[in-house]
Design a protein around this ligand. Structure first.
Ligand code: SAH
Ligand code: SF4
Ligand code: F3S
Length: 476
């Protein structure tokens, strides 16, 4: 079961698929001489990066395996966002130590944000690690692997101002064949005081718009029906096409992707409240296939805390943004990220967060208690002075509030009919389909004797709801 408090440290690997190969030739010794195993933690961007890594490794003669025990190369794509995320990775490494003891030739590599944050210190702390590779250095993996194979430790944690991996076609791992993530930018130029991402991912840069449209078109042509455009702050996407003498904003990019086909759904994540423009909202409203759903992290409902967090908006400004969204798209779903117990947070600030949640009526939120990260603005400037017990109690109150809001939001949908994109069998029964509405709500309904497949659109009328699922029946 998905733990709401812990979503970013979920593993990509589905345990039930251990031993199964990713690609048809993954086990063919003629094609792939060696095998790699990869596990991803953190945000969707890390998962998308693992698919780029898989493409690079395929080129280098490594086929994917779901079984770490038979791998020549084990990779962990890591996250540093909270201390707990890093602890999870360290725990995983002790498991791999046992595998490596039984298979001394096996190489272990650490990729991603934790690699970037700790750099070669990682090699001192964790003796069994052979390679440390930062998020902008994946093209150098073949050379680093060669180096590690000779028994040397290999490190590349250089950040880049240009790298977007635009020309690499990701190898889809753990895909349902219907929905896919597409990175449109890397890095982050915001300096939210609590956040480690600008340090682990470097400067913001936007990927060539044409390569994005090409990747989405290829996905559509191979049967995918939904793409999620990914960036830490998608609304600041900005690409200058020198050949065509055109500048492409996020609104323009959205439109270009929406125009690929009305049958291709478009989603995006994440929007920073300070940067989402009317232009984006009107583009969303104009195209039926751009999903009516915005993840709009508030972090706190208190203007004083928002200022300390360096979020650059106030409580009132955020509320006005929510109003604007509802004005332009009355049916738009909104979700959030919330941090409890940031430095100096008082009971009054906390009450402001709770009332903000009521105001925005979030359909869903990811909720965390503040975890100080070394090197961040907050770690350098402020004291982490809210006691852990208080942080946890406030978080609990936030979670309870969100549970109520979600319940209400899902109950309100009963009686309505939604266009649902089928993603596969429901978890509980292969007699039921599972899909999502435009608003990103999970909808489960009986297959009946309709001849439908995953990737089909179907109209479903909702007859009941739980806190996180709509239950319905197909309507003709
Ligand atoms: N780029 C996105 C979010 C990136 S990280 C944005 O700007 O919204 C995902 C979420 O993790 C953040 O929105 C924040 O709520 C949470 N987070 C980040 N740093 C944290 C920290 N030090 N402690 C607790 N939660 C944190
Ligand atoms: Fe972190 Fe803020 Fe950038 Fe999001 S916008 S990644 S929270 S610095
Ligand atoms: Fe974690 Fe890095 Fe993403 S710190 S949340 S994996 S950008």
């Amino acid at each position: 079961k998905k733990n709401m408090l812990d979503y970013v440290s979920e593993k990509v690997q589905d345990e039930s698929r251990q031993g199964e190969a990713f690609a048809p030739f993954a086990n063919d010794p003629q094609v792939y001489k060696k095998k790699f195993y990869i596990e991803s933690y953190g945000c969707q961007m890390n998962f998308a990066d693992s698919e780029i890594v898989a493409a690079i490794l395929n080129e280098t003669g490594f086929g994917a395996t779901r079984n770490a025990e038979e791998a020549d190369l084990v990779l962990l794509n890591t996250c540093s966002i909270r201390e707990k995320a890093e602890q999870t990775v360290r725990n995983r490494l002790t498991t791999f130590k046992q595998i490596k003891d039984a298979r001394p030739g096996m190489l272990i590599g650490v990729l991603g944000c934790m690699a970037e944050r700790l750099k070669s210190k990682f090699l001192e702390e964790e003796k069994l690690v052979d390679m440390v590779v930062g998020p902008d250095a994946y093209r150098t993996l073949p050379g680093l692997i060669e180096e590690a194979e000779t028994g040397q430790k290999a490190v590349n944690v250089l950040l880049s101002r240009e790298e977007t991996y635009a020309d690499i076609s990701p190898v889809r791992l753990d895909s349902n064949g219907v929905t896919a993530f597409v990175s449109i930018m890397r890095g982050c130029n915001n300096m939210c005081a609590f956040c480690v991402v600008p340090f682990t991912r470097g400067r913001e840069r936007s990927r060539d718009a044409e390569s994005i449209v090409r990747e989405c078109t290829d996905l559509f042509n191979s049967g995918y029906k939904e793409v999620t455009l990914l960036g830490q702050n998608v609304d600041s996407y900005y690409f200058v096409d020198e050949a065509k003498d055109a500048t492409i904003t996020f609104a323009k990019l959205l439109e270009k992707v929406a125009l690929i086909s009305p049958l291709l759904r478009v989603r995006f994540s994440t929007s920073h409240p300070k940067d989402i423009t009317d232009d984006v909202l009107y583009t969303m409203a104009k195209y039926e296939n751009i999903c009516k759903y915005i993840h709009l992290p508030v972090q706190s409902g208190s203007t004083r805390i928002l200022q300390l967090m360096n979020r650059t908006y106030t409580r009132e400004w955020y509320m006005a943004k929510v109003d604007r969204i509802k004005e332009i798209m009355p049916d738009c779903g909104i979700s959030s990220d919330i941090i409890a117990g940031f430095c100096t947070e008082t009971e009054e600030d906390h009450a402001d967060t709770l009332s903000m949640m009521d105001y925005a009526k979030y359909d869903m939120s990811y909720m965390f208690f503040y975890s100080e990260r070394p090197g961040t603005l907050a770690a350098r400037r402020y004291k982490d002075d809210v006691p852990e017990a208080v942080k946890k109690r406030r978080l609990q109150e936030i979670v309870e509030k969100q549970n109520k809001l979600s319940q209400e939001s899902y109950r309100k949908d009963v009686g309505n009919t939604y266009k649902v994109l089928i993603e596969g069998n429901s978890k509980k029964s292969d007699k039921d389909w599972m899909g999502r509405s435009s608003q990103n709500k999970v909808v489960v309904f009986p297959k009946g004797d309709h001849q439908l497949n995953k990737g089909d659109y179907v109209m479903v009328t909702v007859h009941s709801s739980t806190q996180a699922t709509l239950l319905g029946t197909i309507t003709n």
